[in-house]
Design a protein around this ligand. Structure first.
Ligand code: GLN
Ligand code: ZN
Length: 763
């Protein structure tokens, strides 16, 4: 019996985020390109050494990236937008950074390429651009150099390539003269060249990632798969192609996949409900190698190795050789659990980060070869203790969930009736002005929070100082004459982490960083158990803010779906139920805010769209429970309490009906990129409630002019009834400074006033 274990990729950021530090130093001209290169080399060396020491047989090469691996592929293929090419057409590391960060030198500026979510993860890739002039040409030797580097250390390696079809699929046609599939022959020729280079290097396997096979693909794309892999296969000589799929089951495309010319296939077993390995084995050709993705690359839970031991044991009666692997690249997992010194020991025993996942593969392989399950039982024991732990289970929460099983969380009265009561209470002008929630996170605020965390400041003093900032925020908004005020969120470092820290059922790491994009890393909270609220979260500060002004102050909460999407979820409970638990906890907060005299409550859901499953047939179900959870979070409020939500970074067209179903009184929404498209959509769907279309882009430091905003607002009025329009920026202001913020808001309020006046005149 022959078992080889491998992972599809390892985190590239370095255990202390060395890559991030180095990138940022290089961008700020604090270190040279050579120094940056050396740091990358060190990270790779350590990564490989570690994996080998931990017992990984085949080490991935090509999983490292200076910014993003899709971008690396664009570089390799020479697919560089004209605006990012230097005058002599030379392609280098700076070209890569031009594409990802834009060029902004005096006399020379070009926007970065777009960034998009990598399937349904929180990783973002740089979107390849295609035009009628796109020509692919082998242009960047990073992969080959890294292969030679790894070989020089004597490693047994497996190069990793993003497959040609996934690459094309993920890119964007920048003009309507080009069709992605027309570029296929050209791109395949470059892949052929690359594979030829691999061949020369005496490598047995190349991993070609085609994650799009888990999507619903049009037939011409499926046909292109047959064609492309036949072409590559016929040109590949000795090297073997391992086609890797992940993030979803590929069962629905199996008929096509079975006809592909490849030597082996990697399946993400975890993302399918079917764990019947015998059946899976029968669904693929006999002469292929089967690679089983059974160690979760995108969550942090220990694997139940005993469970897999028995499954695989049965399978290997039928197969002499298999690969055992991570379900997807470990890019999406934190690196080393051993760095967590402050985590509760019991909780820690439930987790497994990238390093531990390598160990899991090793243990499983060893157990299978020796037919001895002892070590696996020891490894898996905490999974069983967890299932009984009172850190996980709370009977009150479970009872409460049962009680609402058949509840349809609709509001008492229709929007049309509610709004009458709200208008009466709030007494707002037409085109009310407001902001999205956060105000500039100054150095002072950051220092305050870190002093509090590091216990340099006791809680009482800390709250006092935070209140002082809130006081200033309210004063500034009063002077700006905004109509609906916010407290400014100075106490929040992150909109999900803050709520996680104040709810039961979450755990936090101190070093569990995961790359989000480029040099940006996030440290997602971990949902470990039943979620509930045992004390107020935002009440004191919001009440304080409201006490300072006669104008309404919005209570500001993060919605249940966003809290779920930006955390590592537990896996012993469905996402639907976890989200319902969060919603109930938030409901307690919402009702207490209302009781404390807060008349407007905003529940942000920027991640509603991104939780959408990859397969169409699962999307409907998701949207149903996502909308229901949101509604549950504010269920029971009075008609006169106005519920707001905010959404951003999303393509609304495919979820517009679901946004309507949320039945919020007011939604503030980002529109800066294509307001016309969104406006016609709102019109077409007869969006029934109130809306604040972002009137300026907060991501830019430029001060929006009254003239531009007036034009935009007048355009909004053409499409949408004025009585239901709000005026606001397109997102929170925490990344801006006060000068920018005050100037921009002043112009925004002025714009609203001018348009109101014009309206009166015309009446
Ligand atoms: N209320 C949050 C803020 O203003 C919303 C952030 C977001 O949309 N991502 O920062
Ligand atoms: Zn936003």
């Amino acid at each position: 019996m022959n078992i080889i274990n491998h992972i599809l990729g390892f985190p590239r950021i370095g255990i202390n985020r060395e890559l991030k530090t180095a990138q940022e130093k290089y961008w700020n001209k604090k270190i040279s390109q050579q120094e940056l290169m050396n740091i990358g080399k060190k990270i790779r060396k350590k990564n490989w050494e570690q994996q080998k020491k931990l017992g990984i047989d085949l080490l991935p090469v090509g999983d490292f990236a200076w910014y993003d691996h899709v971008l690396t592929t664009s570089m390799m293929l020479g697919n560089i937008p004209d605006r990012h090419r230097s005058f002599n057409n030379k392609i280098g590391l700076d070209t890569l950074f031009f594409m990802s960060r834009g060029i902004s030198e005096t006399g020379n500026s070009a926007p970065a390429s777009e960034m998009k979510k990598w399937f349904n993860t929180n990783y973002h890739y740089i979107v390849p651009e295609f035009t009628i002039n796109t020509v692919f040409q082998y242009s960047w030797n990073q992969l080959i150099e890294e292969i030679d580097e790894a070989l020089s250390y004597g490693h047994n390696i497996k190069p990793v390539l993003l497959g040609p079809l996934s690459y094309l699929w993920l890119g964007k046609e920048k003009d309507n003269k080009v069709n992605k599939l027309d570029l296929l022959n050209n791109i395949l020729n470059v892949y052929k060249k690359i594979i030829k280079k691999l061949n020369k290097r005496n490598i047995e396997w190349v991993q070609i990632d085609e994650p799009i096979l888990s999507l619903d693909l049009p037939t011409d794309w499926l046909d292109a798969f047959i064609y492309s892999y036949k072409f590559l296969y016929n040109n590949k000589k000795n090297i073997k192609i391992l086609l890797t799929t992940y993030f979803g089951s590929v069962e629905h495309n199996m008929e096509i996949i079975r006809d592909l010319s490849i030597d082996g296939i990697h399946l993400d077993i975890l993302s399918s409900n079917n764990h019947d390995l015998i059946q899976i084995n029968e669904s693929i050709p006999n002469n292929w190698l089967l690679s089983l993705g059974i160690i979760n690359g995108r969550n942090i839970w220990k694997t139940d190795l005993v469970y897999w031991f028995y499954k695989i044991k049965k399978l290997i009666k039928n197969r002499k050789k298999i690969f055992l692997g991570s379900s997807c690249s470990l890019l999406h997992s934190p690196i080393d659990l051993n760095c967590e010194k402050e985590l509760d020991q019991e909780i820690k025993s439930w987790f497994s980060f990238a390093i531990q996942k390598c160990t899991e593969l090793y243990l499983l392989k060893k157990a299978l070869l020796q037919d001895d399950i002892n070590d696996l039982q020891i490894w898996s024991e905490p999974i069983f203790s967890r299932s009984k732990s009172n850190k996980v289970h709370n009977t009150t929460v479970k009872k409460r969930i049962l009680e609402i099983e058949n509840l349809i969380p609709n509001r008492n009265k229709m929007y049309k009736k509610r709004i009458v009561e709200q208008k009466e209470k709030l007494q707002l002008p037409i085109l009310p002005t407001t902001t999205i929630g956060s105000f500039p996170q100054t150095k002072e605020i950051r220092k305050l929070r870190s002093d509090f965390i590091n216990k340099k400041l006791d809680k009482e003093k800390y709250i006092q100082k935070i209140k002082k900032i809130i006081f200033e925020n309210i004063q500034r908004q009063e002077s700006l004459s905004l109509d609906v005020l916010v407290h400014g969120e100075p106490e929040r470092n992150d909109m999900v982490e803050y709520f996680g820290q104040h709810l039961n059922g979450f755990a936090f790491t101190s070093n569990g960083w995961v790359q989000s994009y480029g040099s940006r890393c996030v440290k997602p909270p971990i949902i470990i158990g039943d979620i509930y609220r045992d004390k107020p979260i935002t009440i004191e500060l919001i009440k304080y803010a409201q006490s300072l002004t006669k104008k309404p102050v919005k209570g500001m909460l993060t919605g249940p779906v966003t809290i779920l999407c930006w955390s590592f979820p537990r896996e012993d409970l469905s996402k639907k139920l976890i989200t319902k638990q969060i919603a109930l906890a938030l409901q307690d907060e919402v009702l207490e805010l209302e009781n404390s005299g807060i008349n407007i409550i905003q529940i942000d859901e920027p991640a509603l769209r991104e939780g959408l499953p990859l397969r169409k047939k699962e999307q409907k179900k998701y949207l149903k429970w996502a909308v229901e959870s949101f509604k549950l979070s504010c269920y029971g409020v009075k008609n006169s309490t106005q519920i707001h939500t905010h959404m951003c970074y999303c393509e609304f067209q495919d979820i517009i009906q679901d946004i309507i179903n949320l039945d919020v009184d007011v939604i503030t929404i980002e529109t800066s990129r294509s307001s016309t498209k969104l406006l016609s959509l709102l019109k077409k769907f007869n969006y029934p409630n109130e809306i604040g279309l972002g009137i300026y882009n907060i991501h830019s430091p430029n001060i929006p002019s009254i003239e531009n905003m007036k034009k935009l607002l007048n355009k909004f009025i053409q499409y949408f009834p004025i009585e239901r329009l709000w005026v606001n920026p397109d997102c929170g202001l925490k990344t801006r400074n006060w000068i920018e913020t005050e100037n921009a808001l002043q112009n925004m309020v002025e714009t609203a006033k001018k348009v109101r006046k014009d309206l009166l005149k015309n009446k």
